[in-house]
Design a protein around this ligand. Structure first.
Ligand SMILES: C=C1C[C@]23C[C@H]1CC[C@H]2[C@@]12CCC[C@@](C)(C(=O)O1)[C@H]2[C@@H]3C(=O)O
Ligand SMILES: O=C(O)CCC(=O)C(=O)O
Ligand SMILES: [Fe+2]
Length: 346
């Protein structure tokens, strides 16, 4: 049995297996499976331009950087970061390799198709089963090292790809450790406690995303609204915008392309550690009819056995659980997970 048929749905019926992206290279119009209702994809952004509210842009060299990061995490759960220190050529090489990967034929990419038991490699995002419609997206997920999956695609020629990933991974990790340092200090978390969350107690994951040109972008969804299962997430939107962040009481904001910046957002884990003082940014991705978009994302996460619980208050708003338990719950309950683990106030 092929890996594709392992997923319940039969490709003979014309229904795409849950792990398999559409073959976008041969598509002229949006199939029914990929058409979202207007309410799910509200492309009418009310705020951009008409409001002075905007996602903060923070300079890592600013003397007030700690407070700026703290405020941005409280108000938005996200910000754009300049003078981040990741060398330009590392980002450029990563962009080249990401395009080289997704520009391969469907047959080539499917050699590294991910399965439910093997959640790395090429495929749809794992939140796909929560929705009836499919997303206008294909992804490549990496935990630790991409070498096993890259070898399946490029048996002899995998090293350039792996090197580009490794450099981005190392730089992103160091940068996020700086951000953890600053944000923990802002929250009044001790140096000793901070040591529990970095170094050997962290795990990194990378997601490469491809959003092909779409004939009817207002009907399609790149990635549906979600929060990340991370401490911090670092994102390079490359040369095409499409990422949107939701701000309470204000709506969706498109994150503009800012040269030489990366987007940083907080995830569910930091929301819990901060006892809900920091938001876990709700975000989504729109697509367009003009340019193929690629993004490269690094997730800084704890190791599975690590216990996640609020670090900052005598009145914890969440119960303690291992990160492994949290991930299992999110796989089952998706956006309800935080409210399920929240402690009822008396
Ligand atoms: C390390 C991670 C983080 C993951 C799961 C796993 C691998 C891929 C990540 C994403 C990337 C796309 C959105 C998301 C919601 C998805 O479906 O896959 C993310 C998810 C999460 O942050 O929860
Ligand atoms: O493509 C983007 O800009 C965002 C992708 C994203 O949210 C993710 O991979 O978790
Ligand atoms: Fe995300």
């Amino acid at each position: 049995m092929s890996t594709v048929e392992n997923h319940g749905e039969n490709s003979n019926t014309g229904i795409l297996p849950i792990n398999l992206p559409l073959d976008f290279s041969s598509i002229q119009s949006i199939p029914e499976s990929h058409a979202w209702s207007e309410s799910n994809n509200d492309n009418q952004i009310k705020n951009n331009g008409s409001s002075s509210l905007a996602l903060p842009i923070i300079d890592l060299n600013d003397p007030n950087v700690m407070d700026q990061i703290g405020h941005a995490c409280e108000e938005w759960g996200a910000f754009q970061l300049k003078n981040h220190g990741i060398p330009k050529n590392i980002i450029e090489k990563l962009e080249v390799e990401t395009k080289r990967l997704f520009d391969l034929s469907k047959e080539q990419k499917m050699k590294a198709l991910r399965t439910l038991n093997y959640p790395t490699g090429y495929g749809t995002v794992w939140i796909t089963p929560f929705f009836q419609q499919r997303m206008w997206q294909e992804g490549f997920t990496i935990h630790d090292s991409p070498v096993d999956d890259a070898k399946k695609i490029w048996p002899d020629d995998y090293q350039i790809f792996c090197d580009a990933i490794k450099k981005f991974q190392d730089e992103s990790m160091l940068l996020i450790e700086k951000l953890i340092h600053l944000s923990f200090k802002y929250l009044g978390i001790s140096e000793e406690e901070k040591e529990n969350w970095i170094g050997n107690n962290h795990a990194g994951a990378i997601q490469l995303n491809s959003y092909p040109i779409c004939p009817k972008p207002e009907k399609a969804m790149g990635i549906v609204a979600h929060t990340d299962t991370s401490i911090f997430t670092l994102l390079n939107q490359s040369q095409v915008s499409g990422l949107q962040v939701f701000k309470d009481d204000a709506g969706w904001f498109t994150v503009p392309l800012e040269p030489n910046t990366v987007v940083i957002n907080t995830g569910d884990v930091l929301h819990i550690l901060s006892n809900a003082r920091f938001k876990s940014a709700l975000h989504r991705v729109t697509v367009n009819s003009v340019k193929h978009r690629y993004s490269m994302v690094y997730f800084y996460r704890p190791i599975m056995k690590h216990v996640v619980a609020p670090l900052v208050s005598n009145n914890p708003r969440f119960r303690a659980l291992t990160f492994k338990e949290y991930v299992a719950m999110k796989n089952k309950h998706f956006d309800k997970t935080l409210s399920i683990i929240s402690v009822k106030e008396d």
